[in-house]
Design a protein around this ligand. Structure first.
Ligand SMILES: [Zn+2]
Length: 142
């Protein structure tokens, strides 16, 4: 019995869905991957291993985070922030975390860039889109 429950635990660990994306965040993930692969078909981005994109009650001033592990990555967006944010703010926070985790891009200290470490202003969607394409081209040359 002990052996079987051990076996079952192993199966659960390895058979557990390794790529989980919350339904509300799936369109953003798909859009991000489409943008970067259209811009650079040969782009190398993190698309293997464990992916967990969802919501958590982070609290404080943190709107979201990207955590890289040896096995993949986790992106969590603060659920309270998400419920109050407008479309542009939602777009900015999820694209910011996807850029960290998928392109391994660090922060940018230009407050007009969506990779600025904190939210200072509202960056229009068209501007974010152009900046994502710029990062894709930058990583294309690597
Ligand atoms: Zn960040």
């Amino acid at each position: 019995m002990l052996f079987y429950s051990f076996l079952l635990s192993l199966i659960l660990i390895f058979a557990a869905p390794v790529q989980v994306t919350h339904n509300d965040l799936q369109p953003y993930y798909t859009e991000f991957v489409n943008i970067i692969t259209n811009e650079c078909p040969s782009i190398k981005y993190t698309n293997k291993g464990k992916r967990n994109i969802g919501f958590a009650n982070i609290g404080g001033k943190t709107l979201g985070y990207c955590m890289m592990t040896g096995f993949g990555y986790t992106i969590m967006i603060d659920s309270t922030y998400w419920s109050r944010a407008n479309d542009t703010d939602k777009y900015e926070v999820i694209m910011h975390e996807l850029t960290h985790c998928l392109l391994r891009e660090p922060h940018n200290y230009d407050p007009d860039n969506y990779m600025f470490p904190s939210k200072e202003k509202c960056i229009p969607k068209e501007v974010i889109l152009e900046q994502i394409k710029e990062y894709a081209r930058k990583h294309c040359e690597e």
